[in-house]
Design a protein around this ligand. Structure first.
Ligand SMILES: [Zn+2]
Length: 93
């Protein structure tokens, strides 16, 4: 994900051009990935609850809240129906 231009990233499956966008959720909620073999407690969800169980919060969140500070950059291949998201470096709380 080195480039910032629309044509800078090729799909790793079909080598077609990927289109740059961002992942959104309703209101200010953050988006997260969570492993199938774990169960998450959804009551007062925080980024720490997600990451402590091996999950990944996409984009940065505010400390102690599950509100998105920014929307994570994501590349989309419409042919393969594949999304590739650039994870932020900053730790979430
Ligand atoms: Zn593709």
């Amino acid at each position: 994900m080195s480039g910032r231009q629309d044509n800078a990233v090729e799909c790793p499956v079909c080598q077609g051009a990927m289109k740059l966008g961002r992942l959104y959720a309703p209101e200010d909620s953050a988006v997260y990935w969570f492993p199938d073999d774990r169960e998450i407690e959804l009551w007062f969800l925080t980024g720490k609850k997600v990451t402590d169980q091996g999950g990944v919060v996409l984009g940065r969140t505010y400390r102690g809240l599950f509100r998105s500070k920014d929307r994570p950059e994501t590349w989309h291949c419409p042919r393969c129906r594949l999304l590739i998201t650039c994870l932020e470096q900053e730790e979430t709380e």
